[in-house]
Design a protein around this ligand. Sequence first.
Ligand SMILES: Cc1ncc(C[n+]2csc(CCOP(=O)(O)OP(=O)(O)O)c2C)c(N)n1
Ligand SMILES: [Mg+2]
Length: 542
Amino acid sequence: MQSVRDVTFQLLREFGLTTIFGNVGSTEETFLKNFPSDFRYVLALQEASVIAIADGFAQSTGRPALVNVHTGAGLGNAMGNLLTASLNKTPLIVTAGQQTREMLLMEPWLTNVDATMFPRPWVKWAYEPVRAEDVPAAFMRAIATALQPPAGPVFLSLPLDDWEKPCVGPAVVRTVSRRIGPDNARLAEFAKALTEASSPVLIYGAAIDRGKGWSEAIALAEALGAPVWAAPACERAPFPENHPLYSGGLPFAIGPLSKKLEGHDVALVVGAPVFRYYPHVPGPYLPEGMRLLHISDDAAETARAPVGDSLLGDAVLSLAALAKLLGEPKQKTDKAREKVTHRVASSPSNGAKAKNDGLLTAEQVFTALSEIRPPNAILVEESPSNLADLHKCWPITEPASFFTFASGGLGWSLPASVGIALAERDAGRDRPVIMIIGDGAFQYSVQSIWTAAQFRLPILIVVLRNGEYCILKSLAAFQETPGVPGLDLPDIDIVSLAKGYGCDAVRLDDLEAIKRAAAEAWTKSKPTLLEIPISPEVPPLL
Ligand SMILES: Cc1ncc(C[n+]2csc(CCOP(=O)(O)OP(=O)(O)O)c2C)c(N)n1
Ligand SMILES: [Mg+2]
C-alpha cells in the first residue's frame, strides 16, 4: 500500500510542481523525509522571502509554485508577501505543517490554532484535510482553485502525522481552465461604444502581460488609433513604452487621474482595477461626460469599481475579440497620435554629479544603467521615491521585463528577483536581471540574497542609499504631518550585509564605475550588489 506522501508526491510530479520553496521546521520534516531526487528544495532564510521567491518564480514560468512554511509562526512571517501575491494574482500553493492530530485538542507547541482562518483574506481557499487520505485530493483542489481566474494563493494546513498513513493511489489528476471567455453580446456593446466614440482612450493593466497579450494589446490600440496609458501603479508593463501610442502611467490619485483623461469620451480599462489609488486627492473619478468600460476576469474587482460598466472576461481573449469586432484601423489614428503626450527622452549621463550636495541623483544612476542595459534585461523595482524617474529613464520595450508589487507592502521585489532569475535559468533564457531598490526597502527581505548566492544567480542589485525613508517624508509633507519620527536610516553598512550573505558588493559614487560594475555583474556566477549613495532631496509626492 502506498503512503499519503507517495501519492501526493506523484500528484505534484504530474503538475511539474517539483520545486518546493520553503523554510522548514519539525512540523514539516515528516513531509520532506527522504526528499525525492527529482525534486528541488529552495531554502530561504525567512518566510517573507520564501513566498516572494516563489511568486517571482511563478510569474516568470507562468505556472503555479509550491511553498512549504513552518506552521503558524512561518505563515505569520509570510503574511505580508502573501497579501502581495494575492493582489499580484499569482497562483501559489502555500502549505504549512500542523501539529500531530492526536494532540491538537490541547494545543501543544507549534499548533497552528485556527489554521484555515490565519491566512484569510489573502488566500482563495484554506483547508486542513479532515482525514489523512484526503491530502492528495486536497492538493488537487488547491491547484485547481489557485489556477482558476482570478488566479491567486491557496493554503493547506497538513498535520505532521498524515504522511506515513496508507493511501490508495494514484490521485485523480484534473485540469481546469485558466481563462474566462467574454460574453459576446456584452462585447459587441463595448465594441459599439468604442467605434462610436469620438476620442477613445485605453488603460491597460498587468493582466495583459501576465496573459502574454502584448500583441493583442497593440492590435486593439492600433485598430482604434487610441492613446494607451498604463494603469496606476501597474505591477507589470502591459504595452511597449516606446510605442507611439504610449502615453505613460496614470497617477494613483482620483483628481489627477481624471485630469489626465480629459478630452476623451470613452475609456476602456483592461486587466486592472478601476483604479489603484493611493493618496486621497479629491476630484471627479472621470472627466465630465466620459463613459468608462472595464474588462477583468476578477468579479470582486469589477464589483468594487466606483464608476463604469464592466465585462467579466480574460483580458487577452477580450482584447483579441474586440480587435476582431472593430476590423480595419480607423482613419483617426494620426489624429489620436498627435494627442499622445510623448515622453521626454532621457538625457545621456555625463558623469556629472548633482550640484547641491555632491551626490548623484537617482535619475543620473538610472540613465547610466539604462545606457548599458542589454535589450532583453528584466527590471525588478522597489524604489518608492524614485519610481517616476525610473519609468522615465527606463522604457520597457519587451514583454515580461518589468516586475513590481501590486500591494504597496515592501519586501517583495528583492526576493521576487531571485525567483525570476531562477526561472530564467531553468528555462535556459538567462535574461539578465536587474533589481533596483531603496535602502529602506532592501532591509525587509534581505535574507533572500543568500538564496541568490547559493543558487549562483547573477542578479545585479542596485541599492539607492539616501539614508532615509524618502517617500514617507514626501507623504508627510503632502499630508501636512510634520514631526513624524522614524524616517531616517543612518549607519547601515549595506555592502557588509551583502558580503555577509555571499554576494559581491561595492559602494560606488561615480557613474562610469557604476556602468562598468553593472556590465560585469551579469557575466558572473553570483549576485552583485552596488550600494550607491544618492541625494536625500525630498521630491513632492505627486
Ligand atoms: C511592509 C511595509 N512596511 C512599511 C511600509 C511603509 N513604507 C512605505 S515606503 C517606505 C520607505 C521606503 O524607503 P526606501 O526603500 O529607502 O525608499 P525611498 O523612499 O528612500 O526612495 C516605508 C517604510 C511599507 N510600505 N511596507
Ligand atoms: Mg531610502
